[in-house]
Design a protein around this ligand. Structure first.
Ligand code: PMP
Length: 436
């Protein structure tokens, strides 16, 4: 079925109403990229819009949907919790302890944990903690890495034309001092990290990275790179922070650190951790985390909704589901492999300069002359070609991220029939593009 954008009259009307009372009509800038999306319900691998159209969902709320939409065990846990303790603001709940115990038992780097509400809060706390623990000012992040909306990390995310403001730094209103203390290295280039550590000897508090930078699709880290970062951090007393907001729980229950065998000092979580409900977390070495100790530590830990009961039950139910369904990982990887292989075949047959990439259930199609292994090749990505592909897929009922350098997600709810349908849609969409 080929749809036209005009098939969403109610979505258009709502988008117009939204623009009158919400700046730009959306509550997060990258939710409006050229189309008036307005979803009304979700189930399994599908989203349904206000006009009753179904979409096979690989956007997955930027990856916050891990198991699929409206998983019954998660919903049940939430329903059971409603009507119990809503929020107290004093002391601790059994749920918070259960969640921290669970994270410490499954994540290699976790000796203790704090629960936040979002990924940005977790990375902001991680950076402040690294500064407090080392008494140093600067941090290193990588070109293309995204760690949330707060000041120290709001620079050198690869600027592509579709980014909301096309700005680098990503926002006006940031003190230049906050950005000057953020040094930018290149992913998979240990030499660039060594050079910065040498130039700023004794000044770097922490290195933060997405171990697989899914915010630019899926550049895969080399073993030498992650191992080398660990060694450099240990040798220089620099705090190594893995931002596993996307990779955590998605690629392995123990996060990407379980797969690569490199243990960071701190790890941040969010997104899929509670399958669509707002929870984030920061875990790590006990001696570091003790800085948050309100009874003697020196780093402020505050947050009215931190560790709230609904977030904790959703996270625990999600982690239970993953523990009870270890085939989640083999299935999503197999489906991801099928999508990459199928896309590779189609673009090869059509002679399109494009490369299917990804890891596990995460996949993307780069429209680049060469397969990207680092940030530089990504600069050649043909943004418009991806946007056209995305549009042609939506018209065939398949929803992917509208951002050309991001990624798409297979969830626990996708079936073999969905993957086959996606590849058929992709073949038809790419054939149409190749002709235009
Ligand atoms: N880290 C990474 C790797 C992310 O992808 C994101 C969100 N895209 C964040 C941190 C910030 O998380 P949140 O949007 O929940 O604040």
């Amino acid at each position: 079925m080929i749809r036209q954008p005009s098939d969403v009259p109610r979505g258009r009307a709502l988008a117009e109403a939204a623009a009158r009372v919400i700046p730009g009509g959306v509550n997060s800038a990258t939710r409006y990229i050229g189309e008036p999306y307005a979803f009304a319900s979700a189930s399994g691998a599908y989203l349904t819009d206000l006009d009753g159209n179904d979409y096979l969902d690989y956007h997955a709320a930027f990856g916050a949907i891990l198991l699929g939409h409206n998983v019954e065990s998660v919903n049940r846990a939430i329903r059971d919790a409603v009507g119990g303790l809503d929020l107290s603001g004093l002391g601790v709940t059994e749920l918070e302890v259960a969640l921290a115990e669970r994270i410490c038992s499954i994540i290699p780097s976790a000796e203790s944990m704090i629960a936040t509400v979002s990924g940005s809060e977790a990375t902001a706390q991680a950076i402040r903690l690294a500064r407090a623990a080392t008494g140093r000012r600067k941090i290193i992040k990588f070109q293309g890495g995204f760690h949330g909306w707060h000041d120290p990390v709001a620079r050198n995310v690869i600027s592509t034309p579709e980014l909301a403001y096309g700005l680098d730094p990503l926002s006006a209103g940031i003190l230049p001092e906050a950005l000057e203390a953020t040094l930018i290295a290149e992913f998979n280039d240990l030499g660039s990290v060594k050079a910065l550590l040498g130039e700023h000897d004794g000044e770097v508090a922490g290195i933060i990275l997405e171990p697989i930078p899914h915010n630019v699709g899926a550049l895969l880290p080399t073993d030498e790179f992650v191992q080398g970062l660990r060694e450099l951090c240990t040798a220089t007393g620099t705090v190594l922070i893995f931002d596993e907001v996307i990779t955590g729980f998605r690629h392995a229950l123990g996060g990407y650190q379980q797969l690569c065998g490199v243990t960071p000092d701190l790890t941040t979580f969010g997104k899929g951790m509670a399958n669509g409900y707002p929870v984030g977390g920061l875990a790590g070495r006990r001696d570091l985390m003790e800085h948050f100790n309100g009874r003697g530590g020196d780093v402020l830990l505050a947050g009215t909704f931190n560790g709230n009961p609904l977030g904790c039950v959703a996270a625990l139910a999600t982690l239970d589901h993953l523990a009870e369904h270890p085939d989640f990982y083999t299935r999503t990887r197999d489906f991801g492999d099928q999508l990459r292989a199928g896309l590779t075949r189609v673009v090869g047959d059509l002679g399109l300069p494009a490369h299917a990439a990804g890891f596990g259930g995460v996949f993307n199609l780069y429209f680049t002359p060469e397969r990207p292994t680092g940030y530089r090749e990504l600069l050649d990505n043909d943004h418009q070609a991806y946007v056209d592909f995305h549009r042609a897929m939506i018209n065939r009922g398949v929803l992917m991220l509208p951002l050309s350098l991001k990624r798409n997600h297979v969830s626990g709810a996708h079936t073999q029939a969905d993957i086959d349908q996606t590849l058929e849609a992709a073949e038809s969409a790419l054939t149409e593009l190749a002709k235009s």
